[in-house]
Design a protein around this ligand. Structure first.
Ligand code: DGI
Ligand code: FE
Ligand code: FE
Length: 199
């Protein structure tokens, strides 16, 4: 991988993010490193992707939308209704343009960290899961179980998170992005032991 200055990235993020988001970012980065050690992934990439995954999170919705329009980044109907979802797509763009990251796997991990996607890479799964289980997270359901699963079987952890996310979205009556549903359907169908839990 290209050499990147982790210290520089951290310094810039501390300026771009509010305190709570910066602490979360560090939690995701360290958790992603631990998962990479456990599952034989690239630790340096996990560290960088963890740091950058929410780099656009504290940007105004108007600014995120403006960047998408200017850069021809598609905004779907669900994203129109919930522009916060765009922090993943815009984050991928910012990681490239402002943090000079060119590694496709890292960029994809940032891009897909909110909804997931069918056929995720090892790094994408690690970031998606680390985002949910980092030590600063307190309120997600089944956290203990998901934390245990994450160090045992990534796909099982992924399915559990997607399932709880879909239930949560249904409870609060929030529209589901097609990518979130497709990701769940893809992994549940690959994992036959979970067939009965299809939702
Ligand atoms: O940015 P973070 O809060 O660290 O985490 P994230 O980027 O994974 O965003 C989590 C939120 O995204 C959580 O409240 C559930 C929501 N989310 C995930 N998939 C969808 C979704 N929200 C909607 N409306 N539709 C989705 O498909
Ligand atoms: Fe996020
Ligand atoms: Fe996050």
């Amino acid at each position: 991988m290209e050499t990147v200055d982790v210290k520089e990235i951290r310094k810039k993020l501390e300026k771009d993010l509010d305190h709570k988001r910066f602490e979360h970012t560090l939690g995701v980065s360290y958790t992603a490193c631990a998962l990479a050690m456990c599952h034989q992934a690239d630790i340096d990439k996990a560290r960088i992707a963890g740091l950058l995954h929410d780099c656009a999170k504290c940007m105004d919705n108007e600014k995120k939308i403006a960047i998408c329009k200017k850069q021809n980044i598609e905004i779907n109907n669900i994203e129109k209704q919930n522009p916060f979802l765009l922090h993943a797509k815009v984050g991928c763009y910012i990681a490239r343009k402002q943090f000079h990251i060119h590694d496709t796997d890292i960029l994809n991990a940032v891009l897909n960290h909110t909804t997931g996607r069918p056929g995720m890479s090892l790094l994408e799964k690690i970031i998606y899961i680390a985002d949910y289980i980092e030590p600063g997270r307190k309120h997600a359901p089944n956290l203990n179980e998901v934390r245990r699963l994450a160090f045992k079987d990534l796909d099982e952890a992924l399915i559990k998170i997607l399932q709880d996310t879909l239930l949560y979205l249904r409870n609060i009556d929030s529209p589901v992005d097609p990518a979130t549903q497709q990701t769940y359907d893809y992994y549940i169908n690959r994992n036959h032991t979970h067939k009965e839990q299809e939702i």
